[in-house]
Design a protein around this ligand. Structure first.
Ligand SMILES: [Zn+2]
Length: 260
């Protein structure tokens, strides 16, 4: 599987490089035309869209120096107090991180151009911006999950003075509703995401190199189905088979790109 992925990515680099002869202004105009005309748009976001909000980390895949790279279901079962302590500390930090103009531009765009946001971020900032349709692929820091039945409960507490949280449904210990290292993505969530991507006419990839499976497959699927793929990234790494690459930070271009 790993070899297969690398082979595909090499091809995609060639596709993208061939298209990069367009200048920045032409890319913006063409991307705006596509996003204005498309009836079915999917937006895939990653850590880059929250950078201007001061988010210290985002998702397990983008937290090289974070404790999130070491937390697993096994470490949680061994020491739930410590794992919860770390997650609650992160919640407290994120309480001070506001949405930025990139989140807000997408939420405004959604009013006249309904679309779904597939985000790898766990910060909850798309939801906080008022976006009506967000799919959190890696879960969210702002929810707990019952370890007995899997039921998810919204929760914004950053301390539990009465002890670790237990679920109202089963009175079982709750865990943070985040996809940790070694966890599978939620099957329903992933199925919905692939379905949306397979039907879209335009896929806008913002602030993510999208190099981690299964998210790395979204752009390829979109291209196979004839959709236009637009990448917004100040430092694209070549993993996204984009028709149009806008080399810029999300907060610098999304307000203009989505003002239609
Ligand atoms: Zn339960």
């Amino acid at each position: 599987m790993q070899k297969f992925s690398i082979a595909i990515l090499t091809t995609c680099c060639e596709v993208k490089m061939a298209r990069q002869v367009q200048n920045f202004a032409d890319c913006m105009v063409e991307a705006q035309r596509i996003l204005s005309a498309a009836e079915r748009v999917v937006v895939l976001t990653g850590a880059g869209i929250s950078a201007a909000s001061g988010v210290p980390i985002n998702s397990v895949n983008h937290s090289d120096t974070s404790f999130l790279t070491t937390v697993t279901t096994e470490t949680f079962s061994q020491d739930p107090e410590e794992v919860w302590r770390l997650h609650l500390g992160l919640r407290e930090q994120l309480l001070w991180c506001p949405t930025n103009v990139a989140h807000q531009a997408l939420a405004t765009y959604a009013m006249d151009h309904p679309h779904v946001v597939l985000t790898q971020n766990i910060d909850g900032l798309h939801e906080a911006s008022g976006h009506p349709k967000v799919v959190a692929l890696h879960g969210t820091l702002w929810a707990n999950r019952c370890t007995a039945c899997g039921k998810i409960r919204h929760d914004r507490a950053y301390e539990y003075p009465q002890g670790l949280p237990h679920s109202p449904c089963c009175q079982a210990l709750e865990r943070p509703n985040i996809v940790w290292m070694g966890d599978h993505l939620n099957g329903d969530v992933l199925g919905y995401a692939f379905h949306a991507v397979s039907l879209c006419q335009a896929l806008l990839v913002v602030g993510t190199s999208a190099h981690v499976q299964p998210v790395s497959r979204f752009a390829f699927l979109a291209r196979e189905r004839g959709a236009a793929v637009i990448e917004v990234n100040p430092d694209p790494e070549g993993f996204v088979p984009a028709n149009i690459v806008i080399k810029a930070r999300a907060e610098d271009v999304l307000p203009q790109l989505l003002s239609m």
